[in-house]
Design a protein around this ligand. Structure first.
Ligand SMILES: Cc1cc2nc3c(=O)[nH]c(=O)nc-3n(C[C@H](O)[C@H](O)[C@H](O)COP(=O)(O)OP(=O)(O)OC[C@H]3O[C@@H](n4cnc5c(N)ncnc54)[C@H](O)[C@@H]3O)c2cc1C
Length: 360
């Protein structure tokens, strides 16, 4: 989370925290207070446990709160946002959205984020896309900052006992287990295999079998500095719609007219293949006839994933593949689980909204 967000959180919650601490004089430190409230019960009858703190998990939490439902959100890594990450206005993950992305546009307006058009059909956030997840988290934080959200709590095992889900987490303080009726999995399929017992859940039976057979893809983002952009202006045009047997250029984006950098996303065309980031680097250098190093960012770098598997949302929203789609106790959420706009921010929001309706 950015220092600016921490500062905003500190100011906005400072007075409220002071009042809360005064009401509970025995709990002298803020973190102890958080721990006390967070861990007061490991049995969550009426609260939804959300595993995964990307945009889909966060938006689900916000939608549940709107529906007056309680939640606890657990993010496995040390930061909120998942595939959204920005630094100094440069996006290393998602960076643009479409002018017909209605949920995203509404959220941007609601959170009062500054946006600008990139071209006729795309927009971007001026402070970087991470502004979205930072501000959403800030809204969710509420009275006690970490009352409902925990970082570095990685779901490692799930089992179903009658109508309850027992979810085990690896945390900085050791293993913790929550028992809950309502569970939302906001974790990409590439991570499912690391959760013991997930495939044995009756709700996941078809989905797991199906996910195994999916093709592998990977997306890499390359960021060129202004100097490099100047040098490569002409060759970049040639690269634009290039395809060969294994690579496809998905997107080339100039952030705005005075942009100082360019993004290039690739994906694999080959079923079962994965893209090595060095291969991409070599490809760009060869195609653009450049010799300098480009700054490159792949899902491996910022999500600590070995591979990213993207799957078709339409199948995931089909009762044939995923019969529990309408379950009011278990939901799978994420960009891959959107029928209309899979693999995008808008898709992630759509799936979260749908899940919130069933869980509320
Ligand atoms: C390079 C790149 C560029 C992109 N550009 C765009 C773009 O311009 N526009 C667009 O619309 N989309 C873009 N996308 C897609 C967009 O980023 C995703 O659709 C969206 O961020 C997915 O959000 P999510 O919440 O579903 O998943 P994620 O963001 O992947 O969030 C999942 C979260 O779950 C956490 N997690 C994983 N395992 C566990 C566990 N066991 N326990 C607890 N937590 C766990 C992860 O740490 C992560 O925070 C891009 C993606 C990439 C990779």
């Amino acid at each position: 989370m950015s220092s600016e967000t921490n500062r905003r959180l500190f100011i906005s919650n400072g007075i409220k925290l002071a009042a809360a601490s005064a009401a509970a004089p025995l709990l002298s430190s803020c973190s102890t207070f958080d721990e006390y409230l967070f861990e007061d019960s490991f049995y969550l009858k009426d609260q939804v446990v959300i595993a995964g703190g990307g945009i889909s998990g966060l938006f689900l939490a916000q939608s549940l709160r709107r529906n007056k439902m309680g939640f606890k959100l657990f993010e496995g890594s040390a930061r909120i946002g998942g595939r959204i990450q920005s630094s100094k206005q440069v996006d290393y993950g998602a960076s643009i959205y479409r002018s017909d992305d209605e949920l995203l546009k509404k959220l941007v307006k609601e959170l009062e984020l500054a946006s600008a058009p990139l071209d006729k059909s795309h927009l971007f956030l001026i402070a970087g896309m991470q502004d979205l997840t930072d501000r959403l988290f800030e809204h969710l934080a509420g009275l006690i900052v970490y009352r409902s959200v925990r970082l570095r709590w990685k779901a490692i095992a799930i089992q179903k006992i009658n109508e309850f889900h027992e979810v085990e987490f690896d945390t900085p303080r050791g293993r913790r287990t929550f028992v809950t009726k309502k569970l939302a999995l906001a974790i990409p399929p590439s991570q499912w295999a690391s959760i013991q017992g997930l495939g044995d859940l009756p709700e996941m039976k078809n989905a797991m079998t199906w996910a195994e057979s999916l093709r592998r893809e990977n997306t890499v983002k390359v960021i060129l500095t202004s100097q490099q952009q100047y040098v490569t202006a002409a060759p970049i045009k040639n690269l634009m719609f290039f395809e060969d047997e294994s690579l496809q250029v998905r997107q080339i984006v100039k952030k705005n007219k005075s942009s100082t950098w360019i993004e290039i996303d690739f994906k694999s065309n080959t079923a079962g293949a994965s893209i090595e980031i060095e291969k991409i680097n070599d490809f760009i250098k060869r195609k653009m006839k450049i010799t300098f190093n480009v700054n490159k960012m792949s899902s491996e770098n910022y999500f600590d994933w070995n591979r990213v598997r993207l799957i078709q949302g339409s199948a995931f929203t089909s009762p044939l593949v995923f019969p529990e789609i309408k379950s009011n106790s278990f939901q799978v959420v994420g960009d891959f689980a959107s029928a209309l706009k899979p693999q995008s921010l808008e898709g992630a929001l759509q799936s979260a909204l749908r899940a919130a309706e069933f869980l509320s």
